[in-house]
Design a protein around this ligand. Sequence first.
Ligand SMILES: [Cu+2]
Length: 148
Amino acid sequence: MAGKFQGAGFSLVGTFFLLLFSCNVSRTVFAAKINVGGPANWTFGFNYTDWALKTAPFHVNDTLVFKYDPPNSTTHAHSVYLVKDLPKFLACDLKRAQLFGNVMQGGGEGFEFVLSKRKTYYFVCGEKQGFHCSTGLMRFFVRPAKRC
Ligand SMILES: [Cu+2]
């Protein structure tokens, strides 16, 4: 993938911002409901940063849906936290992180989170003291764009 971006003359970061701020015609009128991870749902080991890059742009008032089974004998517990800033996100630092979806809330139709503000949201799974966030890749950030 890196090769493709380099070949096209874009840095990954440049492409990211292009995706972030361009208007997606199909999603301009109504708020979208977006299942985090697509068919993979909210699970250990899926690359959510990559998913967020490919799924952007997100828009204000879009709803993110986090689906994850409540803990059982075959499934890890997961959760949904917001951390405050980029350094905390990069470090998977859960100190003062805010819990939004607890380990039980991802069942059934999933846990829903509305991107109500034009700000950067840093989502992480809070399980195992940041292990799901770091090694499990269960983290991503989005900055919803204004609706065109
Ligand atoms: Cu997790």
